[in-house]
Design a protein around this ligand. Structure first.
Ligand SMILES: C[S@@+](CC[C@H](N)C(=O)[O-])C[C@H]1O[C@@H](n2cnc3c(N)ncnc32)[C@H](O)[C@@H]1O
Length: 240
């Protein structure tokens, strides 16, 4: 998805679908940072769809490990500074008022990955700065196997997307996502299958590791992108 098929991201997950959820992030940042176009850093920005709803209010810098995804975000967010890097190790040599990690955090599969990423967030925050991170689910809120799909007609090739998420081993801290891309044109039908392993940690793991990294943490209500049910954003404030 994030290399060969990066150009499909705007079809798979269009920017307008993030408008409602971005409002929660904007409100949290405003409440904690006060007025002003504060500098913020998003790690794992992807196509910048979520970020595109925050750039009018905040001055953003964005990091992603994939150059192909950064190219998608650059087109959508021309005023944002984009830097290629790994959220576990990148160091930009400056600080921000807030560090944001949206769904990309789920590519951090181990506690050591989370520790390294939280250290990156800490290294880029001023004392009192805010760290907002949004795993889709905690172990306790995972809704179980689910499938979603759509067909985008009106362009050639016609594009169908099917997304399947399941937790084959409930004893471990990962879930598997499988994406199917189906392209139909005059030549026929082509199917691509794309597997993603993502993390699913218990709530206490997040709270413990954020605490160890020096953050006081609050859980802020947030709608689940997939089910619409209430889940939580993790909001950490760096101890002064
Ligand atoms: C689901 S996409 C993010 C989409 C984004 N929320 C948006 O609104 O467009 C996940 C992103 O995480 C990035 N990613 C995965 N592992 C990463 C890492 N170690 N460091 C930085 N980015 C990473 C991928 O390259 C991908 O662009």
């Amino acid at each position: 998805m994030y290399q060969e098929f990066a150009h499909l991201w705007p079809l798979v997950s269009p920017p307008e679908e993030y408008e409602e959820s971005a409002r929660y992030w904007r409100d949290i940042l405003r409440a904690r940072l006060g007025p002003g176009r504060h500098p913020v850093l998003e790690l794992g920005v992807g196509g910048g769809h979520h970020l595109s709803h925050l750039t009018a209010d905040f001055q953003a810098t964005a990091v992603d490990i994939s150059e192909a995804m950064l190219a998608v975000s650059r087109r959508l967010n021309p005023g944002v500074t984009h830097v290629q890097g790994d959220m576990r190790s990148v160091r930009l040599g400056r600080t921000f008022k807030a560090v944001l990690i949206h769904d990309a955090i789920e590519y951090m599969l181990t506690e050591d990955d989370l520790r390294a990423t939280f250290a990156t967030a800490r290294a880029h925050l001023e004392p009192g700065g805010v760290f907002v991170v949004a795993p889709d689910w905690f172990k306790e809120t995972f809704p179980g196997t689910h499938v979603s799909h759509f067909v985008r007609t009106g362009s050639e090739p016609e594009f169908t997307f099917i997304e399947y998420v399941a937790d084959p081993d409930p004893q471990d801290t990962t879930v598997e996502w499988v994406f199917f891309y189906i392209f139909r044109d005059r030549e026929g039908i082509r199917v691509e299958e794309d597997h993603h392993l993502m993390s699913l940690f218990p709530r206490d793991t997040w709270l413990r590791l954020l605490g160890e990294a020096g953050f006081t943490v609050e859980l802020a209500p947030y709608p689940d992108y997939y089910t619409g049910q209430q889940v939580h954003l993790l909001v950490g404030v760096l101890l002064q």
